[in-house]
Ligand binder design. Structure first.
Ligand code: ADP
Ligand code: ASP
Ligand code: MG
Length: 415
């Protein structure tokens, strides 16, 4: 069972979480619980690091930001004990949850679950802080924002859980963020592939890596709400959203939509380099240093050449990596040979996702037309087999998502 930040925000909510957990144990399950920091806490800690130095050491950033989950794991164990349950916390380094050295975006390598399983079999509820692990060098690592989902799936795989229930502040995965589009529809099932793509383009209900890991390890993941009454049906019968394999979905008698969902992402920043030499190797000179620093470049456009063999190159990086990217590019200015560097954080990426796209033409043109009709300008475009993304001005995010939700016929019919 995993509980997110809103579900863990304050002792009152933690006590409710404890009751939900206890009910599962009372129903005969052995339970491990993964928790997030209280809502807003990780942002607060990240800001402290930025204030201390915008070019902070990622290893020390991890020490700071991992602390939010330490607090909530201890508190949940206390709340469970207050209900008469046996419970204890295991921090990432205590289990341990071994990760690679990549600070602030570490990947889980292995989890030593023997002690955990032994205690769980004795009736102890294991409480594990999400988001954190320990590197080969014995240093604290974190798994990237939203990483507690990945911790939960990794623990579920390590203890060979029957299911990994992700409790959050919405009651499932919707066709788009239900906080933006009130007509969003809840999906009873979504395939790993579609969820992976939706998450990777910004549907933050699950961290992308958690979906990839669940797919690889065959973990059954369910998304459901923690905001339920004490007498609500138990998780085994709750209609959340199940993430399922393609074969499983095919076996179900349901009509498949062309588009599964729409996501937005305001966490990208755009960088334009003007007057880059239009010659072989120029682009490699730009992206080489970024790749070496493990900065993920997403959308890239190289404009048509200007006179004098020059061109402008525009691309996006995670907003969190903007300061470092600018710094790296400035240092490589001579080697790259650009004129000006223009950052822009006022952008958002809007994506439509659906496996049905593989065999249907016209998905992208519907998107471009719907946005054009509302006067939304498209700055960049990227596509994959099952998604189309556009970069637009951030102020138009909500409008664009709503318009596209309607254009693809996803709006829920009013009851
Ligand atoms: P937690 O703290 O529980 O991990 P998150 O805030 O990370 O919760 O994720 C839940 C949020 O994801 C919801 O409150 C919702 O606003 C957002 N969200 C974005 N896209 C979707 C979607 N397609 N379906 C459901 N929720 C979504
Ligand atoms: N607390 C971390 C974050 O806010 C991890 C998580 O909640 O999943 O990113
Ligand atoms: Mg989350």
């Amino acid at each position: 069972m995993k509980f997110g930040g809103t579900s863990m925000a304050g002792t009152e909510r933690i006590r409710r979480v404890a009751r939900i957990v206890k009910r599962q144990q009372d129903a005969g399950h052995e339970v491990a619980v993964v928790v997030s920091a209280m809502a807003g806490e990780t942002d607060r800690l990240v800001n402290f690091c930025r204030e201390a130095n915008p070019l902070y050491d990622p290893a020390e950033y991890d020490v700071v930001v991992a602390s939010g989950e330490q607090v909530t794991s201890g508190l949940l164990a206390i709340a469970l004990q207050a209900l008469g349950a046996q419970a204890r916390s295991w921090l990432g380094w205590q289990l341990p949850i071994n990760t690679v050295e990549a600070h602030a975006k570490a990947r889980v390598d292995s989890i030593d679950a023997d002690a955990l399983i032994a205690e769980m079999q004795k009736g102890v509820i294991a409480v594990i802080p999400g988001f954190q692990g320990v590197s080969e060098k014995g240093r604290i690592t974190t798994l990237g924002r939203g990483g507690s989902d990945t911790s939960a799936v990794a623990v579920a795989a390590a203890v060979k859980a029957d299911r990994c229930d992700i409790y959050t502040d919405v009651d499932g995965v919707y066709t788009t963020d239900p906080r933006i589009v009130t007509k969003a529809r809840k999906l009873r099932h979504v395939t790993y592939e579609e969820m992976l793509e939706l998450a990777s383009v910004g549907a933050k209900v699950l961290q992308t890596r958690s979906v990839g890991l669940a797919m690889k390890e065959g973990v059954r993941v369910q998304v459901l709400s923690s905001f339920i009454d004490d007498d609500a049906p138990a998780a085994d019968t709750i209609p959340g959203t199940m993430i399922v394999g393609d074969e499983e979905l095919e076996g179900m008698d349901m009509e498949r939509q062309l588009i599964t969902g729409i996501a937005h992402d305001k966490n990208e920043a755009k960088i334009t380099l003007t007057r880059v030499p239009d010659k072989p190797g120029a682009v490699a000179n730009i992206f080489g240093p970024l790749a070496d620093a493990a900065i993920n470049v997403d959308m890239i456009i190289q404009n048509v050449g200007r006179d004098k063999g020059e061109t402008d190159v525009t691309f996006t990086v995670p907003a969190a990596d903007l300061a470092r990217s600018m710094d790296l590019l400035e240092s490589a200015k001579e080697a790259i040979g650009f004129n000006r560097i223009i950052p822009d954080t006022n952008v958002a990426k809007i994506s439509v996702v659906g496996v049905g796209m593989k065999s249907h033409a016209g998905v992208a043109s519907t998107m471009f037309k719907a946005l054009a009709d509302r006067g939304v300008n498209i700055v960049a475009i990227s596509t994959s087999e099952i998604k189309v993304s556009v970069l637009i001005e951030e102020d138009y995010t909500e409008l664009a998502v709503r318009v596209l939700h309607t254009a693809y016929g996803l709006d829920a019919v009013e009851a």
